[in-house]
Design a protein around this ligand. Structure first.
Ligand code: NAD
Length: 482
């Protein structure tokens, strides 16, 4: 039971952002926001219902009548305003990501910064993207698709909001956003910042509610032309199925089970730290996490020793402590999910090299798991095929380069991959054979102009740069008879 002091610090959110104002929720259901480091209630949020969603969609539909006709320069100006206001809140956005989600400080800040930078990147991409082409008596213009519904997951809330909003605004779409209900405090901080940009009323609207209620309304509503979704495969499939009735355009950013291939000429002193960052970034709650480490059989013993040494740096604990590498899982449900996979790995005969079941010592109150590395994993084991979304790495041995490529591609996902090796020509040759939307060579790296998205079950369509803007555009051809 909450004490008086605890009760006083519990925040209450009862509004949504519709048509340029914070308005009281029509929905009445209240959800607790739980702090992942100790399981305590830190906020109570009134969730939106279908009526709130319809009001937001209606505001976006009305705003589209003029916003859909804006020029590149006008949209560029709005993107600069958004960049400016959000940049001023990097510290608050980082702090609330640590508090509500449990993101480790060193990573949370990077996530927020890459979100903020999305506006400048979209402005640059928009300036470079031709929106009009003509030849003979034919003119093709790239038109905004209409009202866009943006539905997102909880593991990088600030980034998802900024990235999707930036691309949609660059394209001239108006927007209804439904971030994860588990990110309500982070969303509120972000929306207060975005509100300062002074965009015309109705251009972006934000409703916090359950996916099955608010998200489902957005997917079936005929006034929403496009859904851009980041989340699980199961929900992505449902959006595609239900969206078909109103011929929704969809971008789906789904899960991953990304391979990191160590080539046999690799220098382990650099490669193992890189591979473990890929595996454990964002406490393993990352769609791109490199959770399958493919190791040449000839170097297996060395790799085991190097992983054991490097894992000593992977301290788990309070995410606000900048020394900690791994924080809690976002929720009890996520904690239990990760634990069940660790149990499954043991049952299926994989060997625990580091970590294992249960809370780390002294961290029993929060949703902390032990960062775990399995060795002797076969690629057909559950822990090698299913997305765990926690700090669990499977080490899989391979015989030859072709065998490594075969194992890497033998998975239903194809979001991200990494190739680490000394001979760069060889690393490039291997990279070019991987069925993944993005392959990094020799370390995690980023480029805001490069597309992001998945092959196979990792999704449909791409985000970032011109690819992200094109996903909110439709070509219209006007042909004049001679
Ligand atoms: P989730 O699919 O459960 O929820 C994502 C969003 O969809 C939430 O806002 C939720 O409320 C909403 N939703 C739920 N049911 C819905 C429905 N029937 N109709 C419409 N919307 C609905 O996913 P999650 O647990 O929040 O996030 C984890 C998943 O997200 C993982 O699978 C992860 O790989 C994926 N993810 C992918 C990327 C990427 O860029 N590819 C990035 C981050 C996370």
């Amino acid at each position: 039971m909450a004490t008086m002091t605890e009760r006083e610090t519990i925040k209450t959110l009862t509004t949504h952002y519709i048509d340029g104002a914070f308005v009281e929720s029509h929905g009445r259901e209240v959800m607790d926001i739980i702090k992942p480091t100790n399981g305590q209630v830190i906020a109570r949020v009134t969730l939106a219902d279908e009526e709130d969603a319809r009001r937001a969609i209606d505001a976006a539909r009305r705003a589209f009548a003029s916003f859909g006709k804006t020029t590149k320069d006008e949209r560029s100006r709005y993107l600069r305003q958004l960049q400016k206001v959000v940049s001023a809140h990097i510290d608050d956005l980082t702090a609330v990501m640590i508090e509500e989600y449990g993101g480790v400080a060193r990573f949370a800040r990077l996530i927020v910064e890459s979100g903020v930078n999305a506006f400048a990147a979209a402005e640059k991409a928009l300036q470079e993207l031709p929106l009009r082409e003509s030849w003979g008596k034919t003119t093709v213009t790239m038109e905004p698709v209409g009202v866009a519904g943006l539905i997102t997951a909880w593991n990088a809330n600030a980034l998802f909001i900024c990235l999707k909003l930036a691309s949609a605004i660059a394209a001239g779409c108006t927007v209804v956003m439904k971030p994860s209900e588990m990110s309500s405090l982070q969303t509120r901080t972000m929306v207060e910042a975005l509100n300062e940009a002074g965009l015309p009323n109705g251009v972006f609207n934000v409703v916090t509610g359950l996916g099955t209620i608010v998200g489902a309304e957005m997917v079936r509503n005929p006034d929403v032309a496009k859904i851009s979704f980041t989340g699980s495969v199961a929900v992505g499939e449902q959006i595609m199925r239900d969206g078909a009735a109103t011929m929704k355009r969809v971008t789906l950013e789904l899960g991953g089970k990304s391979p990191t291939i160590l080539l046999d000429d690799v220098a382990l002193d650099k490669a193992i730290p890189s591979a473990l960052i890929l595996a454990f970034m964002n406490s393993g709650q990352a769609c791109a996490a490199g959770t399958r480490l493919l190791v040449p059989k000839s170097r297996l013993d060395e790799v085991r020793r190097a992983i054991k040494d490097e894992m000593r740096n992977y301290t788990v604990g309070d995410p606000s402590d900048p020394n900690n590498m791994v924080g809690p899982m976002v929720s009890r449900k996520q904690y239990e999910r990760v634990e069940s996979y660790i149990r499954k790995g043991i049952e299926e005969g994989a060997e625990v090299l580091v970590g294992g079941e249960g809370h780390p010592k002294g961290l029993e109150a929060g949703f902390y798991v032990r960062p775990t590395v399995f060795v002797n994993v076969k690629n057909d084991m559950t822990i090698a095929q299913e997305e765990i979304f926690g700090p669990v790495l499977s080490v899989i041995a391979y015989d030859s380069e072709d065998d490594a490529i075969r194992i890497a591609n033998d998975c239903k996902y194809g979001l991200h991959s990494a190739v680490l090796g000394t001979d760069i020509q060889r690393a490039r040759r291997v990279a070019s054979q991987l069925r993944a939307g993005r392959v990094v060579i020799n370390n995690m790296t980023d480029d805001p102009d490069a597309p992001w998205g998945g092959f196979k079950f990792s999704g449909v369509g791409r985000e970032y740069g011109k690819y992200g803007i094109q996903a909110f555009l439709e070509p219209r051809a006007i042909l004049e008879a001679a």
